[in-house]
Design a protein around this ligand. Structure first.
Ligand SMILES: NC(=O)c1ccc[n+]([C@@H]2O[C@H](COP(=O)([O-])OP(=O)(O)OC[C@H]3O[C@@H](n4cnc5c(N)ncnc54)[C@H](OP(=O)(O)O)[C@@H]3O)[C@@H](O)[C@H]2O)c1
Length: 263
């Protein structure tokens, strides 16, 4: 299947590890040039360089915190300077939370709003004009199954990811006339290095069976009884970026091994 992605330009926030990095590698394998953005400068630049060498595409790594408006501007400026614009935007940077509604202060809510919602708003405002000039584009939002099926211990995550899903839907109707397709992907359990680190910490004092812990999490939540790999999820992102998904607009797709309990 020819995905017709060769020589497109993709901007991926949170592209230095985990899901974002897997999407970056999968797009690069299709000949897509990349702008990877993350806060940690060394890691994002090293991964960008490695992918360029291995896949023969052009890449840049931009050190920026997408929760800060001025740093989003830096990503936009670097993209315009290096590539003159973008065809694909993957708003992926994000992280879980842990709190109760009764105890979390306003500034924690504000931080996650900036990270999960305003980053996507600002990235779209910055890159949609260049997508229009290029004749169209694709914007994907990596929300979470928690946007629709909340986990009790992370109300701020659940709420801001649900807001991201609604932003995605609303943006899709605004820019479809410009041949820009906007969609959301809601992953379930995806086995990133971060999950492994958390499992190692949680089991450190009880024998260290971190793999057993992860297996129990998968058994509890996912009917498929295992985590997905970042690569399995990345394949779906690549499909949505391609012309093979040309009629997919304003939808939310679950990649969750059956974890969603509603229809
Ligand atoms: N893994 C899962 O099971 C799962 C399930 C559902 C949804 N998701 C969603 O998928 C996305 C990626 O998750 P992941 O598991 O791949 O996470 P991860 O392994 O922790 O990677 C997160 C990436 O985002 C970057 N990042 C974090 N905060 C940032 C900020 N403020 N500004 C710029 N970059 C930032 C990180 O780099 P720096 O730390 O260097 O900034 C890193 O590149 C998240 O939005 C997450 O909510 C994950």
């Amino acid at each position: 299947m020819d995905l017709k992605l060769k020589n497109k330009v993709a901007v991926i926030t949170g592209g230095s590890v985990g899901i974002g990095l897997a999407v970056a590698e999968a797009l690069a394998a299709e000949g897509v040039h990349l702008v990877l953005a993350a806060r940690g400068a060394d890691r994002v630049r090293a991964e960008a360089q490695r992918i360029a060498q291995q896949q023969g595409v052009r890449t840049i790594g931009v050190a920026a915190d997408v929760a800060k408006a001025a740093e989003v501007e830096q990503i936009i400026a670097a993209t315009l300077a290096e590539f003159g614009g973008a065809d694909i935007l993957i708003n992926n940077a994000g992280t879980g939370s842990n709190e109760t509604i009764m105890e979390a202060p306003d500034d924690k809510w504000q931080y996650y709003w900036d990270l999960h919602v305003m980053a996507a708003v600002r990235m779209a405002r910055g890159l949609v004009p260049s997508m229009r000039q290029r004749g169209g584009g694709v914007i994907l939002h990596n929300a979470s199954i928690c946007a629709a099926q909340p986990l009790w211990y992370e109300p701020i995550y659940n709420t801001t990811k649900a807001a991201l899903m609604m932003f995605s839907k609303t943006l899709s109707t605004e820019v479809v006339k410009d041949n820009i397709r906007v969609n959301t992907v809601n992953p379930g359990l995806i086995l990133t290095p971060d999950w492994k680190n958390t499992a190692r910490k949680l089991t450190a004092e009880t024998g260290g069976d971190w793999e057993g812990y992860l297996a129990s999490v998968a058994r509890e939540h996912a009917p498929i009884k295992r985590f997905g790999t970042p690569e399995e999820l990345a394949n779906f992102f690549v499909f949505l970026c391609s012309e093979c998904a040309s009629y997919c607009v304003g939808s939310t797709y679950y990649v969750d091994g059956g974890m969603l309990k509603t229809m």
